[in-house]
Design a protein around this ligand. Structure first.
Ligand code: MRU
Length: 358
């Protein structure tokens, strides 16, 4: 199985997604700073994958203490250092809640391990690694459940439009939206995928098309502005995307362009599905208005594949995500089952009433 991240010899090995599909290369992160850089530069990307990477970043932070701190033991000791590591990791990308969720979970485990061991650094380090491994394994399990539940929504012969990359590359493994597509394909259904190229960073073209081709799942690449025409021509049976954050009322932040697809799907009466694990749900936010939307460097829009695609210095607005209002979402596929409107009731009920990100 394709692995976006793996723990190898006391370091985190990341499949460098910025180099795909030109090259399959890996970079090894030896410190939490390396992990933060890999997340910021999107060598590792996708909401669940950056959560998993950050969990291992916390392990690296603990392993490097106190050597990483000039002048020896920092004021406030290991606990203060781990708070700093957590802040460095969560400051990298603001929109996907999985990142904060994973870091908070690691900090909670750190507190428990500190209490259990009386503060033994070796005991704490070993326990943190076990927790990060657990987060990774649970993510893969959640994706497999999403795949099983989501498969019930897929007709035996279906043409599916997806956006960005919500695959194995974006998760611990298997994928959310692509997990559903994988399960449907594995169960013998005749699946054909249209992958939006996903400007400006081309996650659809570079990653989704590549990932599906590796598995022999039929895929056709289209530019983002073709979606309306495809729907009008009756070529799309359903739209299926991932998510970076889902709020209590069912609003969904996902890759920029998702909202436009939801509007188009609504206009053409095509089902619009979102697939995501429980770690993407943020019940502490009432609606999508509260979701911080990351803005990225203007050069990502100015350049096309590294070449200038616009006049030098042209002003650019580059939001990396948008928010799709809950009323446009037909159903959400989670690891707890398929959830349908009214989301302000069903999401909370499915997730046990506990704000997962708190
Ligand atoms: O900016 P990216 O590539 O990290 O954005 C990723 C997405 O928007 C994905 O659709 C989302 O994280 C879901 S991944 C299972």
């Amino acid at each position: 199985m394709l692995k976006a991240v793996q723990w190898v010899d006391a370091s985190l090995r990341i499949l460098d997604q910025s180099a795909l599909p030109r090259q399959v290369v890996y970079c090894d992160c030896h410190s939490h700073h390396d992990v933060a850089e890999a997340i910021r530069s999107m060598r590792v990307r996708g909401a669940p994958a950056i959560g998993v990477a950050a969990a291992y970043g916390m392990v690296l932070g603990a392993l490097n203490y106190p050597d990483a701190v000039s002048g020896g033991i920092p004021c406030g000791g290991l606990a203060a250092w781990m708070d700093k590591v957590a802040d460095d990791l969560t400051a990298t990308r603001p929109t996907a809640v999985n990142l904060q969720w994973a870091v908070r979970r690691m900090l909670c485990r750190f507190s428990e391990l500190t209490r259990e061991s009386g503060g033994s650094p070796d005991f704490i380090r070993a326990g943190l690694l076990v927790e990060a491994d657990r987060i990774l394994e649970e993510d893969i399990e959640m994706n497999r459940s999403i795949g099983r539940y989501g498969n019930d929504l897929i007709p035996t012969c279906a043409s599916i439009l997806t956006h960005c990359n919500a695959g194995a590359l974006a998760t611990g493994g298997y994928g959310t939206a692509l997990g559903v597509i994988r399960t449907a394909h594995e169960s013998g259904k005749q699946i054909e995928v249209y992958a939006d190229e996903t400007r400006p960073l081309l996650q659809g073209a570079r990653l989704t098309a590549w990932e599906l081709m590796q598995d022999g799942i039929p895929v056709a690449l289209v530019t983002d502005n073709m979606a309306g025409w495809l729907m009008q021509q009756g070529r799309i049976d359903l739209v299926l995307v991932g998510a970076d954050r889902i709020t209590a009322n069912g609003d969904v932040a996902n890759k920029i362009g998702t909202y436009g697809l939801a509007v188009l799907a609504h206009a053409h009466q095509i089902p619009f599905y979102v697939a995501a694990p429980a770690s993407t749900v943020d019940l502490s936010l009432a609606s999508g208005e509260g979701i911080p939307i990351e803005e990225r460097h203007p050069d990502e829009v100015r350049c096309l594949g590294g070449d200038p695609g616009a006049p030098e210095g042209v002003r650019v607005y580059n939001p990396a995500f948008d928010v799709t209002p809950h009323r446009l979402i037909t159903a959400m596929v989670t690891d707890r089952g398929v959830i349908r409107p009214p989301y302000d009731e069903t999401l909370t009920a499915a997730l046990g009433g506990k704000p997962l990100s708190a």
